[in-house]
Every structure is written in C-alpha cells, then in structure tokens.
Design a protein around this ligand. Structure first.
Ligand code: SAM
Length: 323
C-alpha cells in the first residue's frame, strides 16, 4: 500500500516551549492524563500498524521528551523491528536523554530550531534554553543518533535573514537543515500578539528560499524525496538542505503519514479534525491487534481517497499532532 509507510506517534500535547506560530502563549487545554494512551497501548497500535503496512515510526509531541520514561516506549517500538525509528524534538532535554534513547533503540533525531541567535530564540519560543539545544545536538551526535536533521520554519520578517547562516551551520556541523513553509496553525490568530493571524506577508515560499540559497552557494542538485514531504538537495560542497512546502506545493498526493494523537485519535492527515478513536477500540471493545490492523487497513484505503484534499482552507492543532 503506497501510503502506508510512516506512523507519527504523538506521545503528549504538553510542550515546554511556546513558539509564537505554534502554541498560544497561555497554553492549550490538555488531554487528561487518564485519556493519554499508555506506552503499552501505543505499542499495540504500532504492532497493528505494522501488520497494516506501516514500516517506520516517528515519535513526536507536543514535546516528546517531557513525557516521563520515553526510553521504555522506544524500546517497545524498537522490538517491533521497524525500518526506521526517529524522534522529533525541540532539543531542550536531548543532552540528558540522547544516550539512553540510543541504547533503547532510537535510530535518529530531528531537532526543531528556528534561529541561531539567543535573543531571537527567546522571542520565537517565549522561553529560555538556547544553549541547551546545541548541547542536545552535540549529545545526539556523540550518541550516534544520526543523520541529524534540523527543522526550521521560515517566517518573513522574523528569521528569514538567517537562511544563509543555517546553510553554513548545517554544512559545518553536517546536519541536514530543512526549511518549512509557515502553515496556518491554531497558534496563529488574533490572540498571537507577536504575529497575529497567518497571512501572505509572513509567508515565504520554499522556492524563494531555494533561490536565495542557490544565489549564495551555487546550484542545488535534487537528491531525495523523503517521507513524501521533503525535497532534499545537495550543494556543491556536499551540504544537504531540504524543503517542506505544504502551502506552495502541497504534498497530499505523496504523503505517507498516519498520525496517532496522544489521546489515541488516528488522523489520516495533519488537517483531519476528527480522527478515528483508537483508544475507544483499545479500552472498550478490548479488540486484539488483529482487529486494530483491519481498522488501520481501512483507514489507509480512506487516506488514498483523500489524496487530493486541500490544506489551504483548514487549520491544524500542530502542537498536539506534532507536525
Ligand atoms: N516539540 C517537537 C519539536 O519541536 O519538534 C515536536 C512537535 S512540533 C509541533 C513539530 C514541528 O512542527 C516543529 O518543527 C515546528 O516548528 C512545526 N510547526 C509548528 N507549527 C507550525 C506552523 N504553523 N508552520 C510550520 N511548521 C510548524
């Protein structure tokens, strides 16, 4: 099944940053602890997902490293022997966690970082901790959690003057930086005093970023399309840069992702408002993973029907489903 490859598992909707484009400053109504899937329940869903054709897992959040004992989940998922097992994190707790995660079976990390300047970091995230991200990246490298990717959301007038710096940083450190177009998520709106609502003036096309990089560093050669969403290019010096362009070039048709929310809702798309309540299936019907697998298979067929769905008119709770 073409679209059956990645299950993104959001283990919590909590986050210790409040990025101005992502989570409202006052936080969000959180899932009740009793409604969070346990690690055992996540493992059951993951096993069923593999039976239904999923081959890769990515752990995300909220901020996944704020959920206690994450290594235990990593270990359970690693035992299922997926083709890939990755983690997306803001990096704040990575310095302490990297070795344990590696030992538990994690393969690699992606770290979200929108600026290389401390003051700006504090403006964008509304929190401190800038240096800890770099300590986290170094610890991840030492632990062997590579290739390491850095995700950077580019916002006009906020951090777009750092595109070239990010390319140099990625080349020097041998990270792959991936520039992401700003999406109209729920963090953006009248209550967001820094940015307000999503509007074209804040938005920069991936193509414009790519042209700027080509002007500064020379031609880019397309080398890969990953998870059906990122286009990755190589520069003459070997540095790799990726572009994720959900607005200017929606990737619905190539999307290979299913998303499991912290409350057990399975979403076929980041912008899927409802989702399939797997917690109910797990807790009320007490179905074994066989029935879950059948349900997931049906969900994947449904996803194929959605392929031409439009993102533009919708908004998403990115802080919950993990991007
Ligand atoms: N806390 C983890 C992290 O920082 O990577 C995982 C969750 S975070 C919501 C996942 C990714 O979504 C981050 O790279 C973040 O920058 C991105 N994201 C959140 N809101 C976004 C938006 N409005 N447009 C584009 N990307 C966004």
């Amino acid at each position: 099944m073409r679209n059956a490859k990645v299950l993104r598992i959001s283990v919590t909707d909590r986050c210790d940053l409040r990025c101005i484009y992502c989570m409202p400053e006052t936080g969000v109504k959180l899932v009740r602890p009793a409604d969070l899937l346990t690690y055992e329940e996540i493992e059951t869903v993951a096993r069923a997902a593999m039976e239904a054709g999923v081959r890769r897992f990515r752990i995300t959040g909220g901020e996944p490293l704020v959920r206690r004992g994450l290594e235990a989940l990593v270990q359970k998922l690693a035992r299922l022997r997926p083709d890939d097992l990755a983690l997306t994190t803001n990096g704040l707790h990575l310095a302490e966690a990297a070795e344990g995660l590696k030992a538990a079976g994690l393969r690699r990390v992606t770290v979200s970082l929108d600026t290389l300047r401390r003051e700006r970091f504090e403006t964008i995230t509304r929190r401190t901790g800038f240096e800890r991200i770099f300590a986290g990246l170094n610890a991840a490298r030492r632990a062997g959690l590579g290739p390491i990717k850095v995700n950077t959301v580019v916002i006009r007038g906020v951090n777009d003057d750092e595109v070239e710096d990010f390319v140099r940083f990625a080349a020097r450190e041998r990270f792959e930086v991936r520039f992401i177009e700003l999406m109209p998520t729920t963090g953006l709106g009248p209550e967001c005093k820094e940015l307000g609502s999503w509007r074209p003036a804040l938005f920069i096309k991936g193509e414009e970023v790519r042209a700027r990089i080509a002007a500064a560093f020379g031609p880019l050669e397309l080398v890969a399309e990953t998870e059906g969403v990122a286009r990755v290019y190589q520069l003459a010096d070997g540095a790799r840069v990726g572009f994720i362009t959900p607005i200017s070039d929606p990737f619905c048709c190539g999307c290979e992702r299913l998303r499991l929310g912290p409350d057990g809702r399975l979403k076929l798309c980041l912008f899927d408002r409802g989702g399939l309540d797997l917690k109910k299936v797990l807790r009320e019907r007490r179905d074994g993973s066989g029935n879950l697998a059948a349900l997931l298979r049906r969900a994947l067929v449904e996803k194929e029907r959605w392929e031409r769905g439009s993102l533009a008119a919708l908004s998403s709770d990115m802080f919950k489903t993990g991007g």
